[in-house]
Structure formats: structure tokens, C-alpha cells
Design a protein around this ligand. Structure first.
Ligand code: ZN
Length: 291
């Protein structure tokens, strides 16, 4: 079957990996590498009607609240440190203003921003997560289709924490972000990096491939190409260092190894040590400024 790159439309692609949805359905998928722009994309790509079934899981931690047990507790503790890191990364050198968090989940990041005096808008596709976020933030959270109705040049900051890899229409999403951001406004993207050590080590079991929930897979080079002709200028890159541990732990569970927590912690540590030299962190953060 001939697939098209969802970014540049090129049909020149080669198979990067054959892998399974090890998290939920055990169905087979492929990841293709576009020979023209370098983007990696998942095929077959579930359509809007099909995608919902791949998200239906009690174990989808990012939408869970107050669960007991060691792993969820550890997850909560790390999440809290991660949130502070996210806040510092996103707001460094900025005045308080308006922030839009696309894929806000249960509203963790927006709650911090709200406490710090920012005016917050959230967008979230999951009905359950959206309802929790609305209660916590005490205001309405929007659906993805509402993005196009947001006022032009109205936001100082747009954040997408591990969201662009889930987005089906990359062109439209980036176009809307360009439109909504104020001149000199900031876009912060956090994305898994398939060039990281933990990605190479776990290969088809690397949890951050997360097919078919992750439709797109990025590295710095493909990000640079994708944003090259946009109104958004890449001004800095950073990392979310804890993600190497979490992704390594999840990958260990996919491999059905004993002591996944210990093994994951060890592998995450090696990944971060290597990234200090190579800069290929498991999760990279890209900071853009609207021209
Ligand atoms: Zn392409």
C-alpha cells in the first residue's frame, strides 16, 4: 500500500519499524520514515471514528487522579517535580499573560499557571479528563475543534506537552498556532525523541512510540524542517529529564521483564548520562517565538 507523508505529502518512504500496540490492543502497526522531510509516521492511521477505542484504558495514567499503589504514587511524585520544570521552562523571561494549553488533560499545568496569575484556556479531546479539568479550573475547557474559533493573535503562550505526536492534521494545527499567537508570543512543544538512547535500546518496545496513539514521531532535525517556512522560529531547546525513567520503566513492562522499576531506573539513568553529551534526550522541549 502507498502511504503519504502527513506533513509534506511525499510518497517516498521506507519502513522504519514494525511494531505492536503493546499498551492496549496488541494490534500490528508500522512506522514509516518520510524520505523527503524525515518525519516518522504511524500506519495504518486510525481515522477519527476509530481512534477513540485506542484510548479506552484504565491504565492511561495521564488522565488518572488519586490512584493508590506504588507506581501511581511514584508517578504523582515525579509529575509534581515535572510540573515545576514545565512551569520554569515555559515562562522563563516572560511577563504574566494569556496561556493556551492544547491537550491539557486533567488540567495539571493550567492549575499551576492559574495560581501564578495567568489567564488560562485549555483544550482537551477526552470527555472525562475535560470534566475534571473544568472542575479544578472553575471554567470551561474547549474541544479540539474550538481551536479555529479562538481570536487571532490573542495568546502570549501556547503549550503542548506531549501532544503534537497525537495530532492528525499537523499543517492545520501549526497554521492555527501561528494565527492565535501574538507577535513575539511563545510556543512550547515537548515531544518524545526517537533518536534518544532509550529509543535505540528498546527499539520496537520503546514505550514512547505508543502506536497508534502517537501518529507522528519526531527528532530535532524533522522539527527544524517542519517549522522552517512557518512564522515560528526555534529559539531554544531543552529537556524533560524524568521522562527517560518513566519511558524506560514502561518499555520494561512491555518486554515482560522482572523488576521493571529497577531496570527502568537504570536504563533511564544511562539514557540521561548519554544525553548530556549527545543532547538526544528521551523527551525534548522545543521553544519557538512567533515572528
Ligand atoms: Zn514528509
Amino acid at each position: 500500500m502507498n502511504y503519504k507523508c502527513p506533513w509534506c505529502g511525499s510518497e517516498k518512504a521506507q519502513i522504519h519499524l514494525w511494531l505492536k500496540d503493546e499498551f492496549l490492543t496488541q494490534e500490528d502497526f508500522q512506522i514509516y520514515e518520510c524520505k523527503s522531510c524525515g518525519l516518522l509516521y504511524t500506519e495504518p492511521r486510525p481515522n477519527k471514528e476509530e481512534i477513540g477505542k485506542y484510548y479506552k484504558s484504565e491504565a492511561y495514567y495521564s488522565h488518572q487522579e488519586n490512584k493508590k499503589g506504588l507506581i501511581p504514587r511514584l508517578y504523582e511524585a515525579v509529575k509534581s517535580i515535572n510540573l515545576k520544570t514545565k512551569y520554569n521552562l515555559a515562562t522563563k523571561g516572560m511577563q504574566k499573560g494569556k496561556v493556551l494549553d492544547i491537550g491539557c488533560g486533567v488540567g495539571d499545568f493550567l492549575c499551576i499557571m492559574d495560581k501564578q496569575g495567568w489567564e488560562t484556556i485549555g483544550i482537551e479531546p477526552s470527555k472525562e479528563a475535560k470534566e475534571i479539568a473544568e472542575k479544578r479550573l472553575n471554567h470551561k475547557v474547549l474541544k479540539p475543534e474550538d481551536l479555529q474559533n479562538l481570536e487571532t493573535q490573542s495568546q502570549d503562550l501556547i503549550t503542548m506537552w506531549h501532544v503534537l505526536e497525537h495530532v492528525d492534521d499537523l499543517k492545520e494545527e501549526i497554521h492555527q498556532i501561528e494565527r492565535i499567537l501574538k507577535p513575539k508570543g511563545r510556543l512550547v512543544l515537548a515531544l518524545p525523541n526517537f533518536k534518544s538512547y532509550d529509543s535505540q535500546f528498546y527499539n520496537i518496545h520503546w514505550a514512547a512510540y505508543d502506536v497508534p496513539r502517537h501518529l507522528n514521531h519526531f527528532c530535532k532535525e524533522s522539527i527544524v524542517k517542519i517549522f522552517k517556512n512557518s512564522e515560528l522560529e526555534l529559539v531554544n531547546t531543552d529537556k524533560l529529564g524524568w521522562d527517560a525513567y518513566y519511558i524506560s520503566y514502561m518499555s520494561e513492562t512491555f518486554k515482560h521483564h522482572r523488576l521493571p522499576l529497577l531496570r527502568g531506573a537504570f536504563r533511564g539513568m544511562i539514557s540521561n548520562c548519554k544525553a548530556r553529551k549527545s543532547n538526544e534526550w528521551s523527551s525534548r522541549v522545543y521553544i519557538f517565538e512567533r515572528k
